[in-house]
Write a protein that binds this ligand. Structure first.
Ligand SMILES: NC(=O)c1ccc[n+]([C@@H]2O[C@H](COP(=O)([O-])OP(=O)(O)OC[C@H]3O[C@@H](n4cnc5c(N)ncnc54)[C@H](OP(=O)(O)O)[C@@H]3O)[C@@H](O)[C@H]2O)c1
Length: 264
């Protein structure tokens, strides 16, 4: 029997298979993927030799539901038919109570919200458990999701906040990147050079935050000498409401997530 089946061989399905194989969590023959589209299936066969690729479903101990929310019900049917005991859904906006109704009482249901850097194993996921989830189900799900990046365990109601912060967060960072590149060009730099410097500035700053463990305030203070160039730049960002714009952006995305889950 397959150890884990990924239902949906799209972007997230690929990220999971790649991550689980890279991390050594499973050997190829222990993983399966269900994908209705023949062209996608042939790509999966080529990219992950040894992984069981199926059009309709296969028997498995556990599952990850990685189809679009509109295909949730069909995806749940595939999970139920696999006879699995545990399932993680990464579908945005589909609530645990709904999944439990579709999957039945024999399946421990967990719900996760990853983000796009997961495709590089550099994602940030939040994980919530359903009514019958045990500590060992949580540990198992954390192991699976850690192949996509870091994982935080949270109550389900906080997943809307997570959507606003880390789910939508990459788009805010990309907008900042676009603005930095344009700003460099505006100051007379060649666009390629500006892009190189802007991207490395974001990457290097994120690494400093992650690897030193210092607070953002400490790291910011360290590059802000009194009356200096950075202080002049920061004064303009504060005057234009940069911090409150970010607060409001995250709040608006979280509100929208709440609204979407109410209507689905
Ligand atoms: N991408 C992200 O950053 C991100 C972040 C957080 C959460 N999510 C969630 O992750 C889920 C997957 O996203 P994605 O970007 O990977 O989507 P995607 O690329 O569209 O992948 C979904 C795949 O599932 C397949 N599928 C549809 N119905 C199926 C069924 N009944 N059984 C098996 N496979 C089926 C689709 O095939 P067809 O093409 O034939 O329909 C498609 O290949 C979504 O629910 C999304 O909300 C994504």
């Amino acid at each position: 029997m397959t150890r884990l089946v990924v239902v949906g061989g799209g972007r997230m399905g690929h990220a999971l298979l790649g991550g689980l194989l890279r991390s050594g969590w499973a050997a190829p023959g222990e993983l399966g993927v269900v994908e209705p589209l023949a062209s996608v299936r042939s790509g999966l066969v080529k990219r992950y030799p040894g992984v069981v690729v199926s059009e309709t479903g296969l028997a498995a101990e556990s599952a990850v539901l990685a189809v679009k929310p509109a295909d949730a019900r069909a995806g749940c049917r595939t999970v139920s038919d696999s006879g699995c005991r545990r399932a993680i859904s990464i579908m945005a906006g589909v609530k645990i109570a709904q999944l439990e109704t579709w999957l039945g009482r024999d399946v421990a249901v967990l719900r996760a919200m990853p983000n796009t850097p997961a495709v590089l194993g550099a994602g940030a996921s939040a994980l919530a458990g359903g009514t019958s989830v045990t500590e060992s189900d949580f540990t198992w799900a954390e192991e699976v999701l850690s192949s996509l990046g870091v994982v935080a365990r949270l109550p389900e109601y906080q997943l809307d906040a997570v959507t606003g912060l880390s789910g939508s967060g990459p788009a805010y960072v990309f907008l900042l990147a676009e603005a930095l590149v344009d700003a460099g060009v505006n100051e007379g730099l060649d666009r390629e050079v500006s892009r190189l410097l802007a991207v490395q500035t974001l990457l290097g700053s994120a690494r400093l935050l992650a690897e030193t463990g210092d607070s953002p305030e400490t790291l910011r203070a360290a590059v802000t000498s009194p009356g200096g160039t950075t202080a002049a730049g920061l004064r303009v960002l504060e005057a234009h409401g940069f911090r409150s714009s970010v607060l409001e952006a995250v709040a608006a995305a979280a509100d929208r997530s709440r609204e979407i889950s109410r209507t689905e």
